[in-house]
Design a protein around this ligand. Sequence first.
Ligand SMILES: C[S@@+](CC[C@H](N)C(=O)[O-])C[C@H]1O[C@@H](n2cnc3c(N)ncnc32)[C@H](O)[C@@H]1O
Length: 378
Amino acid sequence: MDIILKTQAGLEDLLAKESAELGLIAPKPGRRMVSGKGDLKTVYRLNYESRLALKVLVQLDQFDIPGAQGLYQKAMEIDWSQYILEGQTFSIKYTVQSQFFNNSMYAAQLLKDAMVDTIRDKRGSRPSVDRKKPDIVFDLHIFKDRVSLSLDSSGEPLFKRNYKNKTFKAPINEILAAGMIMLAGWKGEKTLINPMCGSGTLLWEALFIAENRPPQFFRKKFSFKKWKNYDPGLFARVAESANSKMRSPKSRIVGLDHNPVSMKMFRKNLQELELDSHIHSSVIDFFDYTNNPGHSLIIMNPPYDERLKVDNIKKFYENIGDHLKQHFQGNTAWIISANEEAVKSIGLRATERHTLFNGPLECKYLKYELYEGSLKDK
Ligand SMILES: C[S@@+](CC[C@H](N)C(=O)[O-])C[C@H]1O[C@@H](n2cnc3c(N)ncnc32)[C@H](O)[C@@H]1O
């Protein structure tokens, strides 16, 4: 099977590495995606165990079209009744960048028509589209005259891990959080401190990494469970095998935020899943926190003055830099922010930088070694 993993920009190389460990053959990173080969077991493993994939697609066909109607004609050659079973609903997710389609939705409509028409001809009844809770999800990708048609084995995007009931203001998504921790090279061996932790997404993902807990441990729904070839025994074996590798976290994971409401929600969530003993959290202003454990990793997602407003954002970032410099020498800090101007006020020299996306916001993710020699004269 040809497998396509969708992900966020900046995480492609990490995902190629992760997916190889999960059985994807010949993973090749592309733009916001990784492609490779595998079987049904690989599809199940990637869905259950990948921390960085947004969706796991199985490609059904790819072809060139001479014009818009070519999509309908080619799609009519596929027996869609093997994918949409009697009584099942479906939906089509689409990305279209093509001279043949000014309106992307038109492309999806043509494909839908071909699906419905082939099935009606075969069965005499038409399947229905359900945009909210479809059984079967297809992915249509058109770039110029190249069409790629896939089955989406995940359904809901895989950042929906189903462990958080409520989120607070400006959370980052789970895939970005996992990616940030993995880019920092943390595997759970030393203390991780997450000041300004908000709803705790980074802390959850860090805990799961430290425990070696499969990211979808709490998720039940995957679109592949509705497929004709779904093998529940195989999926159970995949999940059991991954779950059996879980371990007790060895390191300290520390979350700090000055907002008591978000912290309360975070702790309640942890308690509900009986995971509260593993994460130390305090309601404290970062600028009052001086407990330096040394040899630790500090990861921060401070406000950008976008969704969360700050009075004097440059001064705020300057204070973050000063506080790290004065109280956290001997550690490594990583900071993500969409506010490039403010980041310049941190006043520390970054030794590594990545471009990542927090939703639509382009962010810089920067590494600072907090030993004296790295401090830039201000
Ligand atoms: C962008 S949010 C972090 C979101 C978080 N990564 C998540 O996924 O939910 C920034 C957080 O910084 C916190 N914050 C802002 N100033 C702070 C300060 N001086 N001390 C501690 N926390 C602060 C806010 O309460 C907010 O929760």
